[in-house]
Design a protein around this ligand. Structure first.
Ligand code: P6P
Length: 338
């Protein structure tokens, strides 16, 4: 029977990557496969979230007599559990947890990676059936292998990421991850329960016609941001437009669409929230890494996201990310705010 070697599973793909680096230990590949396993479990629960009334609301006991958890708590438990019981991660930080978690068993302490994630971003959209996702970044630890990780291992600038990715639980379920070698997308094939390579070597188009912003905050944005948004609205065939505004309030879905089609996603600071809403460590840094590897750009309006030295696990930053030429046009307007 001819085996279709073109439809690579995530396992086959990461093992093939290893063949190119004979000295690699395979630890990062195992970590990525662990994340893929946890995401498959999360996907099952997200897909039946609409049935929660039947299964019981969070905090109740369902028909099977099991405690029903909020989906983001469930997702956090899946990712944290699979990494804690794996052999490739020394500790994690999560949007769901106030502080980082140092895995204290001897095998985990010998791991050289830490992982930071938002286990289920946009979960407020579940009950209206909008796509949601998981966002993660992977770093080499800076403390000695064999010891417990410390906060220092998590407060690294995004330019130190060795890998970053996201899962999108939508019309199809995808896992997209980047290393410095490139960005690759896998679609979950439910018939075999495997992530299968569907979007090899993703590149972010240099220019697009989609801009994503919450217009509801317009009058709280800076003058530069307001002028850029107005310029987007004035685009027509004579100046690279017309542009279309697409914003569904789920970062993973919005950024994924713009990564594939070209476009710019923004979550600017406002007068009431100057730092904006999105978290640097496990939302902005992973997407900044992925989009830059794919050829795009990501800033906080003043500096490259990946160069920001974090000071707190849950700190927020204004976020602008997308097609290179669109980001460069935005920057000409934001100079006015400097
Ligand atoms: P707003 C979801 O809650 C989220 O964190 C991101 O996924 C999304 O891009 C953003 O908030 C939407 O926020 O204030 O525009 O509703």
């Amino acid at each position: 029977m001819a085996i279709n070697r073109k439809i690579l599973t995530l396992d086959e793909f990461t093992i093939q990557q290893l063949r190119d680096f004979p000295h690699a230990t395979g630890e990062l590949s195992r970590l990525l496969r662990d994340m893929g396993l946890a995401a498959k479990r999360v996907n099952v629960e997200v897909n039946k979230a609409g049935l929660v009334d039947i299964l019981g609301d969070a905090g109740t006991v369902n028909v099977q007599g099991e405690e029903v958890k909020k989906l983001d708590v469930y997702a956090n438990d899946q990712f944290t559990g699979v990494l804690r019981h794996g052999i490739s991660c020394a500790g994690i930080a999560s949007e769901e947890l106030d502080d980082y978690v140092a895995f204290d068993d001897e095998i985990s302490k010998k791991s050289k990676y830490v992982c930071l994630y938002d286990p289920l971003d946009g979960s407020a959209n579940i009950d209206v059936n909008v796509s949601i996702g998981t966002i993660f970044g992977v770093y080499r630890r800076v403390t000695p292998v064999g010891s417990l990780v410390t906060k220092e291992d998590f407060l690294q600038p995004g330019n130190q990421q060795v890998a970053a990715g996201y899962m999108i639980y939508g019309s199809s379920t995808m896992l997209v991850y980047a290393t410095r070698r490139g960005v690759n997308g896998f679609t979950l094939d439910p018939s075999i329960g495997e992530w299968t390579l569907s979007h090899p070597d993703i590149k972010c188009p240099e220019i697009g016609r989609i801009y994503s912003v919450n217009h509801g905050n317009f009058f709280e944005y800076s003058e530069g941001v307001k002028k850029y948004i107005t310029a987007c609205q004035k685009k027509d065939k004579t100046n690279g437009g017309p542009y279309t505004q697409r914003y569904i309030g789920s970062m993973v879905a919005d950024v994924h669409r713009n990564l594939i089609k070209g476009g710019i996603f923004t979550y600017p600071g406002t007068t009431s929230k100057p730092k904006g809403k999105l978290r640097l460590l496990y939302e902005c840094n992973p997407f900044a890494f992925i989009v830059e590897v794919a050829g795009g750009k990501a800033t906080n309006g003043k500096e490259r996201i990946l160069d920001i030295q974090p000071t707190e696990l849950h700190q927020r930053v204004p976020f602008f990310v997308g097609s290179k030429l669109m980001m460069e046009e935005l920057e000409t307007y934001l100079k006015e705010d400097q």
